[in-house]
Design a binder for this molecule. Structure first.
Ligand code: SF4
Length: 177
């Protein structure tokens, strides 16, 4: 199986969201929130693509799970990952997403990297570093993600505030609207 940063992000948002995504149900094309996020990505820092590098990285775990990631803005000189986000409502998921990138870089013998989460609309930034316990947690999380994907049962709804901005909202709550 191939695992991406999106799997890690969704795992920390909602297990049902991850399960739907890993089972090929993708509704991001219908989501205004996702469209808004992509627009923000393209317009917040127009010069950014010239300054930073887009990189694709991958690694394989001892159990044969393939890990991949695409970092949009990597400062190769300063070893900083810049990740732009629309809101900090699911900041924990954002943090694990960039920690996953740092881990992937470490698996490719690139150390000393950290990430900056950037919220242009909130005018906030946050530095994120990967610790040793974080690495162990990510190793375990990869197995949990695989187990969730292989489960035949769709996890229950979480009925959280974040559901309203989730691309699966209609699918989860259609019978209630
Ligand atoms: S709408 Fe809520 S319960 Fe449904 S997948 Fe999204 S976050 Fe999970």
């Amino acid at each position: 199986m191939q695992l991406t940063a999106t799997h890690i992000n969704y795992y920390h948002v909602c297990h049902r969201k991850l399960w739907l995504f890993t089972n090929g149900i993708n509704m991001e094309h219908t989501s205004d929130t996702v469209y808004d996020g992509k627009l923000l990505h393209e317009t917040s820092y127009p010069q950014r693509a010239e300054r930073y590098t887009e990189i694709d990285i991958s690694a394989t775990t001892a159990e044969g799970i393939q890990l991949t990631g695409k970092i949009d803005f990597y400062d190769t000189k300063e070893k900083i990952i810049h990740e732009i986000k629309r809101s900090n409502k699911v900041e924990e998921a954002h943090e694990w997403q960039v920690k996953y990138y740092i881990w992937l870089l470490e698996l490719n013998d690139i150390s000393g990297v950290y990430a900056i989460l950037e919220y242009p609309k909130l005018r906030q930034t946050k530095e994120v570093w990967l610790s040793e316990p974080d690495t162990i947690y990510l190793q375990e999380t990869v197995h949990r993600v695989v187990a969730l994907q292989q489960s035949e049962e769709c996890p229950p709804k979480i009925s959280s505030n974040i559901c309203k901005s989730c691309s699966y909202y209609d699918l989860c709550y259609v019978e209630e609207t």
